[in-house]
Ligand binder design. Structure first.
Ligand code: CAA
Ligand code: NAI
Length: 245
């Protein structure tokens, strides 16, 4: 029980890495706010409640500042505090630079970058009030090394590393650790959009010769949210099978 009694907000919790993190955190004793704009997250929360978990679903677009603020207020009302924020919600709108529309560029910025800013800015005062907190931001191998077809996405995921380091410096004195996880290619819906021939090329590039599983990332989120990482701050944990070094 590495998160016994902790209250965690997990964004993008309806499926994929976010949902896996929800399940992992519950197993470790956390009480979890599932945040997603996909209402299927509400069904997941209902099932988890029936199994005895202390969870609540909040239908929120992280890019919408007002709904984020309302969600954070509702979480504090419902659970009494916020110990952990996992900024996991994210989208892709892939396209080569020469074809990428301004709309697709902006949409990815709104969710992956502004969304992380919105959630963190709303949650942090409550962590400061508690004198302790853990924030984990989701970057990507694409943000660290770049990736063909991902101008918009790579920009946001690199920016997440910059915000992580800045917040680690600003919030350390308040007892708040801020770190990032940079997943490689993990088997979720997001990667299902990548053409099979690209996946095959990627597999050849990964020393472990396989894609990652959602649990590989949920375990990294868990470590960076638990007391075990109390002296880890401002780092980006690469969970990518060693695809690039
Ligand atoms: N490396 C080098 N060259 C590549 C390439 C690659 N990875 N991918 C495509 N190209 C080349 C193609 O061979 C092609 O070359 P020619 O013009 O000489 O034939 C050229 O780039 C154009 O490629 P497409 O014909 O595929 O162009 P398109 O406009 O139809 O599609 C695309 C472009 C949408 C970017 C498509 O190639 C694609 O979806 N690629 C995958 C992008 C990707 O890896 N996304 C990761 C999603 S998962 C995720 O984002 C999670 C995470 O954090 C890692
Ligand atoms: P996914 O597409 O399976 O799940 C993303 C979840 O976020 C969905 O439930 C979706 O509804 C939700 N979401 C999207 N936009 C939202 C918004 N504006 N507001 C609220 N919720 C929103 O993706 P996956 O793979 O689970 O990705 C999770 C995170 O991990 C993302 O930030 C992604 O960029 C990142 N990542 C994923 C990798 C992978 O290989 N799957 C690799 C590197 C990073």
């Amino acid at each position: 029980m590495r998160l016994q009694g902790k209250v965690a907000i997990i964004t993008g919790a309806a499926r994929g890495l976010g949902l896996e993190a929800v399940l992992t955190f519950i197993r470790e004793g956390a009480r979890v706010a599932l945040v997603d704009f996909d209402v299927s997250g509400g069904e997941r929360a209902k099932e988890l409640k029936q199994q005895g978990a202390d969870v609540e679903f909040y239908k929120v677009d992280v890019a919408d500042r007002e709904s984020v603020e309302q969600m954070v207020a509702a979480v504090v009302e419902r659970f009494g505090k916020i110990d952990i924020l996992i900024n996991n919600a994210g989208i892709t709108r892939d396209g080569m630079l020469t074809k990428l529309s301004l709309e697709d560029f902006q949409k990815v910025i709104d969710v992956n970058l502004t969304g992380v800013f919105n959630c963190t800015q709303a949650a942090v005062p409550h962590m400061i009030a508690g004198g302790k907190g853990k924030i984990v931001n989701t970057s990507s191998v694409s943000g660290v090394y770049g990736n063909v077809g991902q101008t918009n996405y790579a920009a946001t995921k690199a920016a997440v590393v910059g915000m992580t380091k800045t917040w680690a410096k600003e919030l350390g004195r308040k007892g708040i650790n801020v770190n990032a996880v940079a997943p490689g290619f993990i088997e979720t819906n997001m990667v299902a959009t990548v053409p099979e021939k690209v996946i095959e090329q990627l597999r050849q590039m990964i020393p472990l010769q396989k894609l990652g599983k959602p649990s590989d990332i949920a375990n990294a989120y868990l470590f960076l949210s638990s007391d075990e990482s109390d002296y880890v701050n401002g780092t980006t944990l690469h969970v990518d099978g060693g695809i690039m070094m």
